[in-house]
Design a protein around this ligand. Structure first.
Ligand code: A3P
Length: 272
């Protein structure tokens, strides 16, 4: 063909870096790593290896900087990134919208009580003399008042954050993935994700096996390795025992927010 046509074709077939089409924006400790590792099995998905934190921490560095943290793709491949703090950072919805108003957004959510305990467990693993969960989640040493300023509690009020996203994005641009179902039936959730992204259903139940020792679904092979493996040690930690009364109080606290979230998303996640 003409030189112009040749050039266009070259540009399309030569790998280059692109700003993401799709973001996993959260929610922290809900299964975001599992989602990313599972969806990137798809040959038409390429993802940044680590959390780039562009929209929350490095925004001033500009889109050029961001693009250089993206993997090489060829035409037809989706560029993806996951940074779970995006979901809860105030400025991020507007910034993502400014980059690309058509960005597809993936949100993994999990029972906010378990999520809070998971968040706490992660923090405690990094700090030797951490107070008990029960002492941090409530004000004044009784279970009367929930401490909504404590990050692990606050992040679980999903409806509050979702509202901010819906100022900039249509609900149809967001896909909500159940963190519980991602564990029970990963193929089902990954099927939904592939449909949402307009991808052929390539990642199926054949890719997963349940590892009884790990207690989680694991992969026969992945983008990085061709042998069976699970997510790392920091995913699927043992949680400390939490007093039943504290759990119950937190469940009561979240119930109205959860119901609001079900209304907003049109999905009943059926958290206890
Ligand atoms: P726990 O470690 O508290 O069990 P994130 O990747 O967003 O930090 O989420 C971590 C959580 O992902 C883990 O929390 C675990 O429950 C969940 N998860 C979901 N699928 C998993 C899998 N296949 N392997 C390990 N953890 C998984």
């Amino acid at each position: 063909g003409s030189p112009k046509y040749r050039l266009l074709r070259q540009q399309g077939s030569r790998p280059s870096r692109h700003l993401p089409d799709t973001l996993i924006i959260g929610v922290k400790k809900s299964g975001t790593r599992a989602l990313l590792e599972f969806i990137r099995l798809h040959p038409d998905v390429r993802a940044a290896g680590c959390e780039v934190h562009f929209f929350d921490r490095h925004y001033q560095k500009g889109l050029h900087w961001y693009r250089h943290h993206m993997p090489y793709t060829i035409e037809g491949q989706i560029t993806m990134e996951k940074t779970p703090s995006y979901f809860v950072t105030k400025e991020v919805p507007q910034r993502v919208h400014h980059m690309n108003a058509n960005t597809k957004l993936l949100v993994v959510v999990r029972d906010p009580v378990t999520r809070a305990i998971s968040d706490y467990t992660q923090a405690a693993s990094k700090k030797a003399d951490m107070k008990r969960f029960e002492d941090l989640a409530f004000v004044n040493g009784s279970y009367a008042v929930v401490d909504t300023n404590w990050g692990p509690v606050k992040i679980g009020i999903y409806s509050r954050y979702l509202e901010k996203w819906l100022h900039y994005f249509q609900l149809s641009q967001l896909l909500f993935i159940s963190g519980e179902r991602l564990i029970m039936d990963p193929a089902y959730e990954i099927g939904r994700v592939q449909d949402f992204l307009g991808l052929k259903r390539v990642v199926t139940e054949k890719h997963f096996y349940f590892n009884a020792t790990k207690g989680f679904p694991c992969l026969f092979k992945s983008e990085a390795r061709s042998t069976p493996h699970c997510l790392g040690k920091t995913k699927g930690r043992n949680h400390p025992h939490i007093e039943a009364a504290a759990i119950e109080r937190l469940r009561d606290f979240y119930r109205p927010f959860n119901n609001r979230f079900y209304e907003m998303t049109g999905i009943n996640f059926a958290w206890p």
